[in-house]
Every structure is written in C-alpha cells, then in structure tokens.
Design a protein around this ligand. Structure first.
Ligand SMILES: NC(=O)c1ccc[n+]([C@@H]2O[C@H](COP(=O)([O-])OP(=O)(O)OC[C@H]3O[C@@H](n4cnc5c(N)ncnc54)[C@H](OP(=O)(O)O)[C@@H]3O)[C@@H](O)[C@H]2O)c1
Length: 102
C-alpha cells in the first residue's frame, strides 16, 4: 500500500444527470456536506439541506445558488424540537410513505 491514496476513478465529472432525483444532505451548511449538495444540485437533483442552524443554512443556500446557477434547494430543520415539522416536510418529499405512528 502506497503512502498516498490512489487517484479516484469516480470524480465529479462522472456524476450522471440527476434530474427528477431528490436528495437530502445533512450537515450541508459547510464542508463535505456542502460540496455534496453543490454537486447534486449542479447535476439537476432537487436538494434539501438538513441543518441545525437556519441562518447558516440560508447562507449556504445563497452560496450554492450562486455557484451552481440552480435554485432547487431548500432547507429542512434538524432541530429535534422541529422534528414533527421535519417529518411533515419529509412526507411531502416522498416517494416513501412516512407515518408519525410507525
Ligand atoms: N474535511 C475532511 O477532509 C475530512 C476528511 C475525513 C473525514 N472527515 C470527517 O467528515 C465529517 C464532515 O467533515 P467536514 O469537514 O465536512 O466537517 P465540518 O466542516 O465540520 O461540517 C460538519 C457539519 O456537520 C454538522 N454537524 C456537526 N455535528 C452535528 C450534530 N450533532 N447534529 C447535526 N449536524 C451536525 C455541522 O453543522 P453545524 O454548522 O450546525 O455545527 C456541519 O454542517 C467529519 O466527521 C469529519 O471528521 C472530514
């Protein structure tokens, strides 16, 4: 095994068209999560960024829209006190069925 990891075979350029796909990315206000959200958005997915801090999320969404030229990005709250609102949002995202009682 070498000192450095091998050159990746799958890169951003290999991401297919994601039009019609829906993605939920946690921790997407910064770092790896934000890069993941950026690439999904850039390639046509509808992206929900799930974060604890709405202010940071809004800032990240502004950045992502400016970088990608895409606008199909929305915030969902990861705060536990907003959990019921979150599950209502997720049940709209589908295609799965979500039940609060399950
Ligand atoms: N960056 C790298 O090169 C690298 C390499 C290998 C592994 N990793 C690992 O990959 C992970 C992400 O790295 P990163 O550089 O993207 O980290 P980061 O920039 O610190 O981002 C962390 C994200 O996770 C969220 N988060 C942290 N604790 C949370 C919690 N308890 N509940 C909900 N959200 C939480 C943060 O939200 P808030 O803003 O609300 O805190 C933020 O959005 C880390 O575990 C890191 O150790 C990173």
């Amino acid at each position: 095994m070498g000192l450095f990891p091998p050159t990746p075979k799958y890169t951003f350029e290999n991401i297919p068209d994601l039009t019609g796909k829906v993605a939920i990315v946690t921790g997407a206000n910064t770092g790896i999560g934000k890069v993941t959200a950026r690439e999904l958005l850039k390639n046509g997915a509808k992206v929900y960024i799930a974060c604890r801090n709405e202010e940071k999320a809004n800032k990240a969404m502004d950045d992502l829209k400016a970088i990608t030229g895409k606008t199909d990005v929305q915030y969902v709250s990861l705060l536990f006190r907003n959990f019921l609102a979150l599950t209502d949002q997720l049940s709209e995202i589908g295609p799965w069925k979500y039940s609060r009682n399950s």
